[in-house]
Design a protein around this ligand. Structure first.
Ligand code: ADP
Length: 570
């Protein structure tokens, strides 16, 4: 919750203004029954009409002032809540983009989405509510009690006797609430994940007629979420009626005791009417406070989830650029070992070295750790052991911007963004028209001209293009920045053989100075590389040229024979 205070700090003046208005408005509300009692007990018996009008007028004035104060304060409250939440969301989004890949794995993406959306919404509701009724209710409660005390101490004693019971209920709610709502938000995460998976995989789900299974999967979590909501709501629901019961009992006692006191001449009937008004005010204030507590428990659970992200680990890198050694290998892996979960090894003792302009092919079955090698090189994850160097410098000593600007990357499952083709290729970089055209030509993406050129619309995730077309646009995006290092992770899997061959030729001719790493399933895509790395289960099984590996690496030979048949020895 600490962070929320920091976010509210800039609004202290605005909030104070709002609170003062709220305070004055609420005091006006409290005055009205007192004026009524005075009128009934002291002025009506005198039959002085002028005085009656005067006090009636005063009551109207109080109502108007109360209304104005409350409206103004509520506007301020809404404004502060809005501005504060906007800043939290802004920072949260910024923070998420800087989280380390490990932290993102830890939070999970669906959970980050619900933290960005429902959790910030809960905090928004609370900050608004706290300023509106969070101020008003205690003033009404305390003010009401004070006024009743001064009017008739004996009757007020009844009220005071109820307070410990009420306090007990309030304590009970605040203790129970937070864990129940934390549980509920976890289920929201889970639901978001299932919906997200379902929508991303909607085609495959339909194709395999898994719709019913998916419905069942969704129902399970939907019911779990409903159950946790019901549980939280039923615990919270106990307090409202209990409070009301206690206060109604109090009201009955006030009437009984009050009637006796009027009979005995100790007090006037107007006083009893005022007392009952105050009692109702106090009752409502008490109920409101329990409602606030419910909201508060919910928002506290949410605030903790937001704070977890805001204090999450960020990617760190030095700002200063070290001296790069032109004579050192462009990319060098030096006995690199890495594990995602720090148990099973995903890349084991990998060493290789590439000079500028050389091409490395990585071949191996799925799950072999090929993409992980790339993630390590891009510093999405840091190796557990060993060093990765670029021109002699440990990549941990390079500023992240510098490091990542060196690369042009096409990842497996990469996606296009909503917008037009031009924006998707440029991706916010300063890239000249000629460069874009050249990249499109090299990426074999001539179909773009037929589709209406760079202005042609791309829907979210590029769904209005075929898989092969998407892949070529992604290739154009990677090539357009004229990167020093080009990484193609399964980037030509959706291309036909002829197009793939043209792509390979274009890359060889136009990018002789670009160090290239190609991950592929097909041996034909990597066969001509200067070095080929064969991986299986995270273990480097062989490193060398096609000819060398045909001699020395049984796994490579097996793959080659399987894919190339009799041509393998060419
Ligand atoms: P490849 O690219 O060869 O298909 P990957 O490098 O993607 O294989 O994956 C290698 C291994 O690492 C796999 O066993 C995979 O399950 C695991 N892995 C990949 N990404 C993660 C991640 N973010 N968290 C945990 N394990 C991962």
């Amino acid at each position: 919750m600490h962070f929320l205070m920091d976010y509210l700090k800039p609004y202290v003046r605005r909030m104070t203004g709002g609170m003062v208005c709220k305070f004055l408005g609420t005091i006006m509300d409290l005055l009205i029954p007192a004026l009524l009692a005075y009128m009934l007990d002291s002025i009506v018996p005198t039959q002085n009409r002028q005085q009656i009008y005067l006090y009636g007028g005063l009551m109207v004035l109080c109502s108007i002032l109360a209304w104005m104060g409350n409206v103004f304060a509520n506007r301020v409250a809404a404004g502060v809540a809005r501005d504060c939440t906007r800043r939290i969301r802004h920072d949260l989004f910024g923070k998420i983009t800087h989280l380390t890949a490990e932290e993102i794995d830890r939070f999970t993406i669906p959970s980050l989405i619900s933290r960005m959306t429902t959790d910030t919404y809960n905090v928004y509701r609370m900050t608004g509510m706290m300023q509106r009724i969070g101020i008003r209710a205690p003033i009404l409660l305390i003010g009401g009690i004070i006024v009743t005390m001064t009017r008739d101490a004996a009757l007020s004693a009844l009220l005071v006797a109820l307070l410990p019971f009420m306090a007990l209920i309030v304590w009970f709610i605040s203790r129970m609430g937070v864990p129940l709502y934390s549980e509920q938000q976890k289920n929201v995460d889970h639901l978001t994940r299932i919906v997200r998976e379902n929508l991303t995989g909607i085609r495959i789900i339909k194709a395999l007629s898994k719709t019913d299974d998916e419905k069942r999967r969704f129902s399970t979590i939907n019911e779990a979420l409903a159950a946790s909501e019901t549980k939280a709501a039923s615990v919270m629901a106990v307090n409202g009626p209990t409070m009301q019961f206690l206060l109604n009992m109090g009201l009955v006692l006030v009437l009984v005791v009050g009637a006796r006191r009027v009979n005995l001449g100790l007090t006037g009937p107007g006083n009893i009417i005022a007392f009952i008004s105050y009692f109702t005010i106090i009752l409502n204030a008490m109920l409101t406070i329990t409602r606030i507590l419910t909201m508060y428990s919910k928002a506290l659970a949410s605030a903790r989830r937001i704070e977890e992200v805001l204090t999450g680990k960020e990617e760190t890198a030095p700002d200063a650029l070290p001296v790069l050694d032109e004579t050192a290998p462009h990319i060098q892996f030096d006995h690199v070992t890495f594990s995602y979960n720090k148990k099973a090894t995903d890349v084991k003792d990998l060493s290789f070295s590439l000079n500028r302009g050389q091409r490395l092919g990585i071949l191996g079955p799925t799950g072999a750790g090929k993409s992980t090698v790339i993630k390590l090189l891009l510093r999405l994850y840091d190796p557990d052991k060993g060093v990765i160097r670029i021109q002699g410098a440990d990549i941990r000593e390079l500023p992240l911007e510098t490091l990542r600007r060196m690369f042009g990357v096409v990842f497996q499952n990469d996606a296009l963004f909503q917008g037009n083709i031009g924006d998707n290729i440029r991706l916010g970089r300063e890239i000249s028209m000629e460069e874009v055209d050249r990249a499109i030509a090299d990426a074999q993406a001539s179909f773009i001209a037929e589709k209406g050129g760079l202005e042609a619309e791309v829907v979210s995730r590029g769904q209005n293009f075929s898989g092969g077309q998407q892949q070529r646009m992604l290739l154009a995006r990677a090539l357009a920045g004229s990167p020093e290092i080009l990484i193609l992770d399964d980037a030509s899997s959706a291309l036909d053989f002829k197009t793939e061959a043209s792509l390979r030729a274009a890359l060889r001719q136009g990018y002789a100075n670009t160090t290239t790493i190609i991950i592929a399933q097909r041996i034909s895509a990597v066969m001509q590389c200067d070095q080929i790395l064969v991986m299986e289960d995270g273990v480097p099984m062989g490193l060398g040229t096609h000819q060398e590996l045909m001699q020395s690496c049984p796994l490579y030979r097996e793959i080659a024979q399987l894919q190339l048949g009799g041509d393998a020895d060419e």
